[in-house]
Design a binder for this molecule. Structure first.
Ligand code: GKR
Ligand code: MG
Length: 414
């Protein structure tokens, strides 16, 4: 029997290049932050995890690490208890103040699963209950974007601000990865202009399931006004307005399912969501729901309550994609193609380079655990980026002001 006790937990912040993608909070910075977590067992098996690169999360993982020594990698309750014993508080992020605890637990929990799988020569999707699909479908994730970062040349995607440019971006993503569903990140332009973008996508891709996500950037009134144009156009409407109450008003006025990765993001939001009939689809994310086990539990809750289920994404590397894929492969009631920012990233931290999304889906990586291993040279390079760029958190608002002086964050905006 292998020695499954934790000998060491390490976290390495990294920064990788990111294009000037737009969203309701502003513009992506030239580098996106992330962290790579390693859980090493007494036998020297190393499990991998990937999480946010925000300094507050890194500090919390570093503070928790010593208390995890000696804990078996199977002891998820022990992990939770030790995390609860720390005073973690919250971090201010893209969705407002977010609890740190489930994020810290998740960062380490994924690496514990990977270590267990590698120690037992079993895949994480098998440990999570068994593989129910060979490949996991992902959607094309469209962003409006500037041609280049402030003061820099245009990147090879160029500017995307018009319906024609949007169709061009979609075509490139569909041609390169075979995506079927298409998601549009909205909440940037005037809402009518964004719906015109969606209509252009419909004309260009008559069969593609479409979604639009203004990140709570519309008022209830705006969302209600747009519903007739969205009906029959989108498979779901993602976070059209702010809060459970506001979205419940929108959901009451339409048969289009409302989806969220912003307002039902923790156990305590579920009762209010069900009582008020707000969101019908949960876009789960193991990075903040408390890990892979908690996400499997969430899937069961969605099944019981008749909620649809899919996956949210942020800018990420291959360890996160592998974890999302194992989780989705072991989740029977995945009802929509998952989101991923992955095509927007050129850097990679795993051996062998980028995982290959083909035909709109990704096969579960082969091999034990998550099926991925660290490329230490890339880890060192991306860690150097982190040190050099000097960022300690994501700041889309300041970045946007470099392109449009005087711009300020507003939610709702329209
Ligand atoms: O990367 O700009 C972005 C996205 O807006 C991201 O921050 C969101 O978390 O993908 C996200 C979403 O679906 O809301
Ligand atoms: Mg969203």
């Amino acid at each position: 029997m292998p020695d499954l006790r934790i000998a060491d937990v390490r976290i390495t912040p990294i920064a990788f290049t990111d294009p000037p993608l737009l969203n309701n909070a502003g513009c992506h910075q030239p580098f996106a932050l992330r962290s790579i977590i390693e859980v090493e067992t007494e036998d020297g098996v190393i499990g991998l995890g990937e999480s946010y690169g925000t300094k507050a999360l890194i500090d919390a993982v570093v503070a928790l690490a010593p208390s995890l020594r000696g804990l078996p990698v199977t002891d998820l309750n022990g992990l939770l208890a030790r995390a609860r014993a720390q005073d973690m508080g919250g971090i201010t992020g893209y969705f407002g103040v977010q609890a740190l605890l489930p994020r810290v637990v998740s960062a380490i929990e994924v690496a514990m699963w990977d270590a267990l799988g590698k120690a037992l020569n079993m895949r994480v999707c098998d440990l999570l209950g068994g593989q129910v699909r060979a490949r996991v479908p992902f959607s094309a994730y469209l962003f409006y974007k500037f041609a280049g970062h402030a003061g820099q040349d245009a990147d090879d995607w160029g500017e995307v601000l018009t319906p024609e440019q949007l169709v061009g971006e979609a075509q490139r993503l569909v041609d390169s990865y075979g995506f079927e569903a298409i998601k549009l990140k909205a909440g940037i332009l005037e809402p009518e202009a964004e719906i015109a973008g969606l209509e252009a996508l419909r004309a260009a891709f008559p069969k593609a399931p479409l979604r639009i996500d203004p990140n709570g950037g519309w008022t209830v009134e705006t969302a209600l006004k747009l519903l007739p144009r969205l009906t029959g156009l989108v498979e779901y409407l993602e976070d059209p307005t702010k809060g459970i109450e506001g979205n419940a008003r929108v959901q009451a006025a339409t048969d289009i399912p409302l989806a969220t990765n912003m307002y039902v993001v923790a156990d305590e939001h579920l009762p209010a969501n069900m009582a008020q009939g707000a969101f019908r689809v949960i876009l789960s994310d193991h990075h903040y729901w408390g890990g892979l086990k908690a996400s499997r539990d969430l899937a069961r809750i969605c099944e019981i309550w008749g909620l649809g289920l899919s996956m949210h994404s942020n800018s990420h590397m291959g360890i996160s994609l592998a974890a999302m894929t194992h989780l989705a492969a072991a989740t029977p009631n995945l009802t929509y193609d998952c989101d991923t920012h992955y095509p927007w990233q050129v850097d990679e931290v795993i051996e062998g380079g980028k995982l290959k999304i083909e035909g709109g889906s990704l096969a579960v990586p082969e091999g034990p655990g998550l099926g991925v291993t660290l490329d230490r040279a890339q880890l060192a390079r991306l860690h150097r980026n982190y040190l050099d760029c000097g960022y300690t958190r994501r700041d889309d608002e300041t970045e946007m002001q470099k392109h449009q002086p005087g711009w300020s964050f507003a939610r709702p905006r329209y």
